[in-house]
Design a protein. Structure first.
Length: 312
């Protein structure tokens, strides 16, 4: 079945071992487009929203920004199991929702309609749903709500804010783009830049060229992706990873490459943009998700129709 084929709900969902799987939690507004329903909730309240969801429980929700990412993750699982049916190092998607159980039927039916390989749904009404992330061993949390993201970060869970937008579903393989500083790497050089300006940051990088950078908030996620990628040859891998950074390759690129080498993290392609806009190269890559800490870069990516997630 094509990844975009609906109505493949009769396919069984393979249960994952959370101690070995890469668990990713997504909220309902990240995976589906619930903007009209969210507006109804804000304007008319929870009861009217719940009535609307119950009345439309058999009407599938349109895909949201993270939808294509979830489908591509599902494709990776398929390829891994084709290679080794006993493999347990798989993606496991968990839907975390502030919907009440009464209004959650539409969410489940929508996932089934699109044949999404999801069986874990948490409906926790108006409670802070992020309190359940660690008990599910979540390694990455994607939400369209800024409060969710801040709460998850306070709980020590890597998290990013999804911006709702119209997304053209890219083809496989799974393509993930990381920014460098404050995303894949720590923000140490950004701090030097803020304190001492560009020349100070360049001097710092030259002095520290042989010293690996600290870990950024998405390093652990990137490392697990890299481990999955190593199960395949580069030509046959269902995963491709990219570094697209504002760093200058001439002045700051060597340290970044040496850091990746020290971590044992192979990146398929790296682009050192020297402050140039990232949108055009992202449009060429067509990633399923782009992580950046700069809102101006997120806006540039959105303008190109690239699914984007802000890492605060």
């Amino acid at each position: 079945l094509s990844l975009l084929s609906p109505n493949s709900s009769l396919l069984p969902v393979l249960q994952k071992d959370p101690s070995e799987a890469l668990v990713i939690a997504v909220t309902t507004r990240a995976i589906f487009n619930l903007e009209e329903e969210h507006k109804l909730y804000l304007e008319k309240g929870k009861e009217e929203y719940t009535r609307h969801q119950q009345a439309n429980q058999d009407k599938p929700l349109p895909p949201g920004t993270a939808f294509a990412f979830v489908q591509a993750v599902q494709y990776v699982n398929k390829k891994i199991l084709e290679s080794n049916p006993a493999e347990k190092d798989l993606f496991d998607i968990l839907v975390l929702s502030n919907n009440s159980p009464e209004s959650g039927i539409r969410i489940i039916n929508s996932a089934k309609h699109y044949g999404l390989e999801i069986s874990k749904f948490c409906f926790v009404s108006d409670e802070d749903s992020t309190q359940y992330l660690k008990s599910h061993r979540v390694k990455l949390f994607l939400s369209a709500d800024r409060t969710d993201v801040c709460n998850a970060l306070r709980r020590g869970v890597s998290s990013a804010l999804i911006f709702q937008q119209e997304v053209q579903a890219p083809s496989t393989p799974l393509r993930v783009v990381f920014d460098g500083d404050a995303v894949l790497f720590s923000d140490e050089t950004d701090q030097v830049f803020r304190e001492r300006g560009l020349e100070g940051a360049l001097q710092y990088e030259r002095a520290m060229e042989a010293v690996p950078m600290g870990e950024g908030p998405l390093k652990a996620f990137a490392m697990h992706l890299g481990k999955m990628r190593k199960k395949f040859s580069q030509e046959k891998s269902p995963i491709r990873t990219y570094l697209v950074t504002a760093r200058s390759g001439r002045d700051m690129g060597i340290r970044a490459i040496k850091t990746l080498r020290e971590w044992g993290l192979a990146i398929d392609e790296a682009f050192f943009m020297d402050g140039a806009p990232k949108g055009p190269i992202l449009s060429q890559i067509q990633p399923h998700i782009f992580f950046d800490d700069g809102l101006h870069n997120i806006q540039g990516a959105q303008d190109m129709g690239v699914p984007s997630a802000w890492v605060p």
